[in-house]
Design a binder for this molecule. Sequence first.
Ligand SMILES: Cc1cc2nc3c(=O)[nH]c(=O)nc-3n(C[C@H](O)[C@H](O)[C@H](O)COP(=O)(O)O)c2cc1C
Length: 145
Amino acid sequence: MPKVLIVYDTKTGKTEKMAFEIAKGIGKVKGIEIFLRKVSEVKPSEVKESQAIIIGSPTHNAEVSREIWKFLKEMEKFDLKDKLGSAFGSYGWSGEAVSHLIGSMQSFGMSIVGFGISVQDVPNESDLAECRKLGEVIAERLQKN
Ligand SMILES: Cc1cc2nc3c(=O)[nH]c(=O)nc-3n(C[C@H](O)[C@H](O)[C@H](O)COP(=O)(O)O)c2cc1C
């Protein structure tokens, strides 16, 4: 069964809200296993086994959060070539995290789906619908392979 890992950090729950919606979107497609993990809980085996990895981070000091930065360092140790990847996150005023995530995943040789979803402050219904769509699109890509 194809597997998708959604791994995220959040301090006030906004990026987490997006993560839950992405998982809902994946859930619309049958036969996909979802690992939905806070970054502190993710296991190396889940990174290895997943055909798609979707990373969420709030922007902290014009970067990804410290915990996500550490996770990206860990990811470098795996062969991620040709895994699907995408990114999401809430931000306050400048919002650099998502583009940093996409850049890192590209440097790992991952195949990026979409452009990432970056939302200022609390995600609204249209942002959440976009999150569900992203999950669904990634799940459909995996089901076809
Ligand atoms: C320590 C810290 C640094 C931050 N730095 C930035 C920043 O540089 N740019 C920005 O857009 N938002 C910044 N923010 C705001 C968060 O990205 C924003 O509140 C976001 O919505 C939090 O998402 P969360 O609810 O998933 O934690 C910062 C927040 C904290 C706590």
